[in-house]
Write a protein that binds this ligand. Structure first.
Ligand code: NAD
Ligand code: UGA
Length: 465
């Protein structure tokens, strides 16, 4: 058919662009897929013959890359050639919260998106379908359209919204077997043709019933709303965890009891030290900002509370450590198990560990961290990014160990910040023997077997119990 796509370009080789395009290429061997990025190191890492050097750690990703790379999947820094060659261009660049100007701290910073649109407009010599893969404020397609349609070189563009719902740590299974694929576009004949072209790309592996098409604004907004609802569930159960701690109810039992109601559902009800990740906070702030901009103050306040609750949960966890350790942690070694924002990823963006660590360093604690996938450089850079104190000071207070037993040795307390499975398998007697007494465990993920630890002699604090 005239609509059959044979060449795809994706701008942005990050956590979304890389895995998404790898699976798309794996499932469509007859489509050439080129992923481009300005970051030359990132592209070099994607091209590394050693698959353990891929810039992103995701279970199963290496096998997908191994199969498709060099066959019909390519990683390149030559953005212009890839744009020009492609019939369909995904924009998968970062859309962080603005750190300056109006909307600072809330609105999405769209400068990278606009740069992409301008670059496409500049180099395109044939008609293109441009797909928003990044998470964007509702109505962004209007701006992209305006930039693309004022090139005056006769090239025609169709804009689609195709938000990504993968979660880190399970990206490959989420991509291969998605709950749904959402595609929004103009409801004109040309718009519908473009939608169909993208439907066909997904239909090689996603059942038709799971491919949902909508108008473009519904699609853009649905992505923000999906993340807002997910984060809201975490904040809801975390709010209840505080109530449980004050009443002898057990949040795990409460979560199970309410989750068995099929209208509520059992997923995403795990109380924790707080949600992290690059998107929940950013996307809710964006939703709040849009609502405020439209004069919808009550809607804005309602969603902002999800963030307020999350900040509170992190503070509460840090404060509990300080209070339990006799109101002083100054000069005490506190071991962190985990730094990533969740298990099975090396991503640390907005991880609760950063904020809890910062708060404890304010109290002059010495933090010693072990994370199976995060290196020392990343941890320092995460802490420095908060700008609370000098980089040298951060270095003296935060150290990283490559072995968990070294991290916990001589510590006064262990805090579990990420739910890595391996933490459950440690020799906890050996850990206990190497610590200062009384030996405390603060389980920010309700991961460990409290009774077993208590029988060894630990004093255990978990969330919501
Ligand atoms: P990322 O920071 O990992 O990757 C973005 C990449 O884009 C970077 O490598 C950057 O160098 C590159 N880039 C920026 N501007 C460019 C330009 N003009 N030309 C070429 N390359 C450019 O970000 P990410 O986590 O992949 O997120 C991308 C988008 O997807 C965001 O909007 C995010 O909200 C959304 N999203 C993320 C996830 C997730 O799990 N991380 C899930 C769903 C949606
Ligand atoms: C989330 C969404 O789940 C994805 O659908 C979405 O595509 C993505 O954001 C995005 O837009 O970036 P992700 O952030 O990768 O994915 O991971 P989640 O599994 O959603 O976890 C987010 C945070 O919430 C983690 O810190 C996790 O530990 C925490 N969480 C999650 C809880 O504390 N309790 C839960 O029950 C679930």
């Amino acid at each position: 058919s005239p609509n059959k796509i044979t060449s795809i370009c994706c701008i942005g080789a990050g956590y979304v662009g890389g895995p998404t395009m790898a699976v798309m290429a794996q499932k469509n061997p007859d489509i050439k897929v080129t992923v481009v990025d300005l970051n030359a190191q990132r592209i070099a890492d994607w091209n590394d013959a050693d698959l353990t050097k891929l810039p992103i750690f995701e279970p199963g990703l290496d096998q997908v890359v191994k199969e498709a790379r060099g066959r019909n999947l390519f990683f390149s820094t030559d953005v212009e050639t890839a744009i020009n060659e492609a019939q369909m261009i995904f924009i998968s660049v970062n859309t962080p919260t603005k750190t300056y100007g109006s909307g600072k701290g809330m609105a999405a910073d769209l400068k990278y998106i606009e740069l992409c649109a301008r670059q496409i407009a500049k180099v395109a010599t044939t008609d293109k379908i441009v797909v928003e893969k990044s998470t964007l404020p509702v109505k962004t397609a209007q701006a992209i359209k305006s930039i693309l349609n004022h090139t005056g070189n006769g090239v025609k563009f169709q804009i689609l919204s195709n938000p990504e719902f993968l979660a880190e740590g399970t990206a490959i299974t989420d991509l291969i077997d998605p709950d749904r694929v959402l595609i929004g576009g103009d409801q004109t004949p040309e718009g519908k043709q473009a939608i169909q072209a993208l439907v066909d790309v997904y239909a090689t592996w996603v059942p038709k019933a799971q491919i949902l098409t909508t108008n473009i604004w519904s699609s853009e907004l649905s992505k923000l709303v999906a993340n807002a609802f997910l984060a809201q569930r975490v904040s809801s159960i975390n709010a209840i965890s505080e109530l449980c701690e004050a009443t002898e109810a057990n949040v795990e039992e409460v979560a199970k009891a309410i989750g068995m109601d099929s209208r509520i559902g059992s997923k995403f009800l795990k109380a924790s030290v707080g949600f992290g990740g690059s998107c929940f906070q950013k996307d809710i702030l964006n939703l709040v900002y849009i609502s405020k901009s439209l004069g919808l103050q009550e809607t804005a306040d309602y969603w902002e509370q999800v963030i307020i609750m999350n900040n509170h949960q992190r503070d509460r966890f840090a404060n509990k450590i300080v209070q339990t350790l006799y109101n002083t942690v100054a000069g005490k070694k506190i071991a962190f198990l985990g730094w990533a924002f969740k298990k099975d990823t090396n991503d640390t963006r907005e991880a609760a560990a950063i904020y809890v660590g910062d708060r404890l360093i304010d109290e002059q604690a010495n933090i010693s961290v072990y994370d199976p996938k995060v290196n020392a450089k990343q941890m320092q850079s995460d802490l420095n990014y908060l700008n609370t104190r000098s980089e040298d000071q951060n270095k003296t207070y935060l150290s990283t160990e490559s072995n968990p037993y070294d991290a916990v040795k001589d510590s006064h307390a262990i805090a579990v910040l990420t739910e890595w499975d391996e933490f459950k398998t440690y020799d906890w007697q050996r850990i206990y023997d190497s610590m200062n007494k009384p030996a405390f465990v603060f389980d920010g993920r309700n991961l460990l077997d409290t009774e077993a630890l208590e029988s060894i002699g630990f004093i255990v604090n978990a969330i919501g119990r």
